[in-house]
Design a protein around this ligand. Sequence first.
Ligand SMILES: [Zn+2]
Length: 649
Amino acid sequence: MPPSSPIPGPFNPDTNPYMRPVAWAFAQPCFSRVTFVMGTQMGKSVTMENIIGHRLDEDPTPCLYVAPTRPLIDGTVEPKFMAMFDECESLAKKYEARSTKMVKWLGGTKFRFAWAGSATELAADSAGLVMVDEVDRIVNTGEGDTTEIIEARGDAYADSKIGYTATPTHGRVERRKDERTGIWHWVPGAAKKIGSKVWQLWQSGTRHEWAVPCPTCNDYFVPWSDLLWWPGKGTPEECTPDEAFKHARLVCPCCGSMIEDKWRPWMNARGVAVAPGESVSKKGVINGTADTAGFTHFSIWVSGLCSFAVKKSYGFLAKKLLAAQLDGTPAKLLAVFNTGFGEIYAEGGDVPTWEEVRALCWGYAASELLLEPLRIYCTVDVQKNRLVYVVRAWYAGLGSMLLEHGELWGETDQDAVWDQLSELLDTEYGDGHGISLAGVDIGYRDDQVYKFINEHKGRAIALRGRDRLDKPFRKELVEQDKKGKTRKRGDARWAFDSPLAKRWVHSRFGRPDNRPGWWLIHQQVTDDYCKQLVGEEWHEGDGTFHQVGENHYLDCEAMQYILALRDKLQRRKVGSLTLVELGAAVKVPRPAALASGEDPGPDEAPEPAPVPPKAHPGDRRQPAARKTDAAPAKAKAKPRLKIIRKPSR
Ligand SMILES: [Zn+2]
């Protein structure tokens, strides 16, 4: 192993014992494919290098190594192989001078590098051993499924082997206890819910998982993210990420003992690969027959909690996970579950039904401000015959409450409806809180939108949703209008990553009560509003949103998030409250107290007490259901300002 590796010296599978079954599988004639799935800093690449080096040395066959990009091969992969060839005496002797950067010759055997999209290199010649690193980054190149081309490379060799590895990416799966053996396993998910190629490959193989013994009871179990514990986890008394770093433990699912990180190497040294249907004795002996016995594809998953890297401790992972949960941004959670734990993650969350969205409404009336806001935004979706708008108040820690939603009717190429929007922008809420900024969706009626924005300079901006953007939002100068004429005013618009913003909105539905970043809807939301919020569904399989109904309010709410990011409200932590703390701060009585309170007007009849959304047992990604006692209804439901806007046609 080259000196730059985490643990220098000759490759020793005892430093990362979970690679023993991987190396073993490559040596078994019964397996033609080997897939190993794990997070970062687990030794994946080093293992691939060593298996290729071993094969070239002991049992030569043409080898092919596939990586995501050419720069990665040039800058990282090829130098590491060269270091290995230099260090290993027998390989150094076999290394031939005719070797080039991309094609190595060792003792008459060819070893080639290829990368995704390099159709020529990939199809150049057959190989007895093909290694594919970071397969999830390879197939996501938009040039078709590279694995199909790769699979064809081994055709010329009867005993060819293909190895796949990657840190997994998108997908939704559950873990379930196998009642026959008492061991928890990943349940194979439907293909449309798994965007991660390496996870699909893993599911199609023997589905081994790395199990370790508990130092207390000696029973074997498979570590995964849910077994990681920190003080107050999931409760209002939860500790900080820094405290989690100090006090994190792994909970044994068999005896409940709290395992300290110092046991990690001891447990790993005794680890075994276990497939569904197999049980493990306290001495680490596998019993029974795997459901997948006879498969020619060996696959194994290893949790990041079993990393051999000293740095990747229980505390390190707990701190990362808790920080991401406090933040709640789907992209951050995705990164922690993927790279930290080696688990797939569904960024879209489980989208509730519209009735469940409706049941989330909190105890306050339309237009009512519960607390002094940092900002109030109005976002507008432009349709042919109406403007759809949402007004939302924002607080520290990205908390927010819906003030109003509605439609202003009128042909949007005429001025009348825009005059109505001007009036709306002058609305004041609570004790004189005006709308800080309006964001108007551009892309339809551009001339009218820019005219409106220029008439409200400093109070309105144009927003443009994109299906893909390298950052959440970016300012763009608009040089030309649709007809190709140069715009005189130098209009600007803010492009934003529309799927990212919509995923964030959807992530708010299940926001636990003990986290900041609550996202409230008032008691008078319409069914139409609730339906439109779930008018698009995120599909993990292809990583896109699919429209299933009207979605204008979802667009408006997505733009709200972008305006908050643009004002950097996510950095305003001082005074941020959890939903539980907010309930205490506004001191609202329970729904039961409502009967004896003021008579709410006929159109302000309170909704039934909030009902928890559908729970998903076994799926940790669905945060704890909202507790009824944390979502009290407001007795004084009368809004301080009543605004009714009806179709003007
Ligand atoms: Zn135990």
